[in-house]
Each structure stands twice: as C-alpha cells, then as structure tokens.
Design a protein around this ligand. Sequence first.
Ligand code: G4P
Length: 528
Amino acid sequence: MASSREVVREAGRRRTFAVISHPDAGKSTLTEALALHARVIGQAGAVHGKGERRGVVSDWMSMERDRGISITSAALQFAYRDVVVNLLDTPGHADFSEDTYRVLTAVDCAVMLLDAAKGLEPQTLKLFEVCRQRKIPVITLINKWDRPGHDALALLDEIERRIDLQPTPLNWPVGIAGHFHGLVDRETGDMIRFERAPGGAGLALEELLDPEEAGRRYGAEWTTAVEELELLSLSGADYDEESFRAARSTPVLFGAAVSNIGVRQLLDVLVDLAPAPTARPADDGTERELDSDFSGFVFKIQANMDPSHRDQVAFVRVCSGRFTRGMIVSHGTTGRPFTTKYAQQIFGRERDTLDEAFPGDVIGLVNATALGIGDTLHTGPKVRFAALPSFPPEHFAVVRAADSSTFKRFRRGIEQLDAEGVVQVLRSELRGEQAPVLAAVGTMQFDVAVHRLSTEFGVKTMMDRLPFELAVRTTLEGRDVLQGEAGVEVLRRTRDGALLALFPNQYRLRSVSARHPGVPLLPLSGDE
Ligand code: G4P
C-alpha cells in the first residue's frame, strides 16, 4: 500500500492537460515539440508520424520501452524537470467536439493554441467558453509567430473583448510576427534570442541577452517591446494566480511550435504555474481526497485501436489513491467487482503493461466492455463523480438494419456506440426498438456510426436524416402536450433517460413555447 504521503507527493508532481485549438493552429506540431523538449525523442515528428517524418515512429517505440515513458493516442506521458506530464489528446475535427469536451473533464489545465495570423476562430471561441464554464485554467500560446500575423497587442485585446478573459502575458515578442527575434521574459526583463536549429527539427538554439545587450542589438524593436510591456503593466495585465485558477485570466506566451520556439517556456510554465490534481468533487457534494482509496472515471472509450485484435480500450483518469495493476476495483454503476489485469499504457498498436498510476495519470483498460463513458471505478467507499457533459445535438437521423435478420447484432452495435459516446441514442415507443434515432453534434459522428456498424457488427444500415435542428429537455406531461404539435417529436435519450423534444428550428420552438407556456422546454446546456 502506498502511504497517503506518497500519493499526495506523487499527485503534486503531476500536470495533466490537453492542448486545444481550432483545426490547423498547430496542435499536432506542438505535441511533437513538447515531447521533443522533454527529450523523450531526438527529433520532432515521432509522435504523430506526419508526412515524411513518419519513419521515426518505430524508433520511438523502442525508445518508449527503454525510457519507461509512454504515449497513447489518448495520453502522452513524459517526465520534465521533476514533474510527470500527462498530455491528453483531443480530436482535431470540430465534428468530434463532444469528445474534446469529455477529455476536458479529465484535465487540470488546458493549453489554448492560437494562430497569430487568424486570432480567435469559431472553435477557439467555443472551447474558451467550455473552459470558462468548467472553470478549467487556460494557458494561451500564440503560435506561428515566425510568420506574418496580427499585432500582439491587438490579439490580447481580442481575447479580452471577445471572451472576457484577462490576458496576462508572461513573455513578449521582440519583432512583429514574421520578423521575430526572440522573447522578453517579463519576470527577469531579459531577452531570449532564438535561432532555428538547422533543418528545424531539433531544439531551437537559445541565447540569453540582458536588456542592455538586447537594446544594442535590436534597437527600435527592443524599445517597442519594452514600451508595450510597460503599457501592459499599467493596464493590469500581470499574472495573477487566483484569477488564472478560477479561469478568469489566462497567462499568454508567444512561440512557433514548428521551430520549437517558445516551447520550453511553455513547459516551464506548466511545471511552475499549472495546477496539480486536487480532490475531485463527487455528485453528493463531498470531495474524494487525493489520498483516499483508489478512484477514477472513464472519459474516453476507443474501439479498434488494434485492428488485428478488434478490441476496445476504456481510458480512465485516476482521481485518488494509487492504482496498481491487477487490483480488483468496483464498477460504480453496477457495484460489480472488476479486474484490472489488463491495465496498459497504449500507443497505436504498441502496448506497455502499466504497473502503477497516481492521481492525474491515465490508464487504458483493454476490453473492459462493461464500462461506459462517465463510469466510475473505485476501491473502498463508493463514489460517483458528476456525470460527464452531453452536448446539445444539432443533427438527427433514424437508423435501421437493412436486413431484419441482423437485428440482434444491430441492437448490440447501437448499445456499444451509445456506451462509447460515439453518438447519442434516442428512442420512443412510436418508433420502436428497430428504429432508434441517432443524435450528433457533428455529422461525421454519423459516418463513424454507420461505418462501425458495418465493419464491426456486420450490419448494413439504412439511415434517414430527420428535419430537426435542435433539442430541448421536457417532462412526461410536456410530452403529452407536444405530441399534438406537428413537426415536433419527443424521444428519450438512453444515456441518461432525459426526455428530449426535437424541433426543426428556433422559430418553431418559440411558437410552440408561446402556445404552451406551461410546458417546460429547457435548453440543453453544454454541462447538464
Ligand atoms: P492541428 O494539429 O492543430 O490541426 O495543426 P498541425 O500541427 O497539423 O499544423 C497545421 C499546419 O501549421 C502545418 O502545416 C504545420 O506545419 C503548421 N504550423 C504549426 N506550427 C507552426 C508554426 O509555429 N509556424 C508555422 N509557420 N507553421 C506552423 P501544413 O503545411 O498543413 O503541414 P506540414 O506539411 O507542414 O506538416
């Protein structure tokens, strides 16, 4: 048994975060650069195996074993300074933002990546909003400073104005985007001059210049940077721990992930400022202390990680206690004992047995088919953490097995996709079991569902899109009234039993609501 002091100490060494961004801002590039800086790989490109750099992936595998670090397509773990960093992966495409939101329930901090030339993009705004709602502290990295882009002050102004978040830069660029020499460290006032490593794939070369030397070399550009910093101090844009942790301010850094510029500074900020795991609130209002018995929850289920095995992995974020492989834990939903013999750290097809984990870490449970998204595992006193958010679906389709003889497999497939959170499944007596309605935040979720029903369950399906665009929550009494309204349908979401009324548009919702003021039609927030 780990002493409670050991658990608290280990948890204090964890930094568990996700990089989030609008697609193309450089998330994969930054992930590679972070791993490179942690010196787990010699050359960027090994993590995601993009383009011509793909060849280094196999070297990475052996290195992974040699150095005892691990990457999964869900979580990359590495040591940096005296800290264990867990970097959780989020899908790049906006259609899978529900997955991203779920991953955000498993982190203690997020790194928001902005493209200096694009500023705030639609997905950036949504993600900032989710972090604010969930009170997830955000560190912002303004990326691609090696290329022409917006003015630094204008970017900060945009963050403050459009997301009502106080930006507090920790460093500041010398030279405009695209003509960039280095960063002023606001704490010391020194300049870090960067030079791209030959070929760009290694660590950038850094040179430390004191203010005098920086002024001599960079004249007007240095003076501009210093003046802008004075302006920022006057406007109260100084780092403040309390507002950062409460998600009211965001420390801002500048960099160019592709040249590994500003990435070490980001890692240092993660170690120095990002919060370590803390006691997690349970749904009865109590908190599960870090050093109590083991607990964790499933935040992601991924099927077919290994095509030759056709398996399924449940990823669990450890919330309290020490996890050791082989431990018998209880499944919060059913109360049944659950063996963890197959706990692993997983990267692509490579898997490493995992022997122990502490709060903040992620474990992959292979073929844990009894587990669903949001389920809790624990030893000792039972705990349930707050349910994972379901997001308001905007696309709806009815699906049926094309051949009725495959119905059993079809039903199993639908249940599986529901448990994994691939789509939301809605049912009604009227439509019957044969024709569930699938609800999605993005239409690519439907493509995944149809593909998986066919390849994994051997069921060809027929899918018809339904003319609804929004869902609101209602009650049993509400359902009886709404059944008389044309173009409105009420179904039950299997995941949580909620009754959802589907409407073709806001206009129809408003007119029905005006006609039946007594019927509850409650918006589905992102955080029900
Ligand atoms: P994502 O995961 O957020 O979708 O973005 P990704 O890392 O794939 O990066 C998107 C594009 O932006 C890539 O170019 C990448 O090289 C480029 N990029 C990332 N960081 C920087 C940076 O700091 N500066 C500059 N100038 N570019 C950056 P691509 O042409 O789409 O792909 P590739 O062929 O370069 O891999």
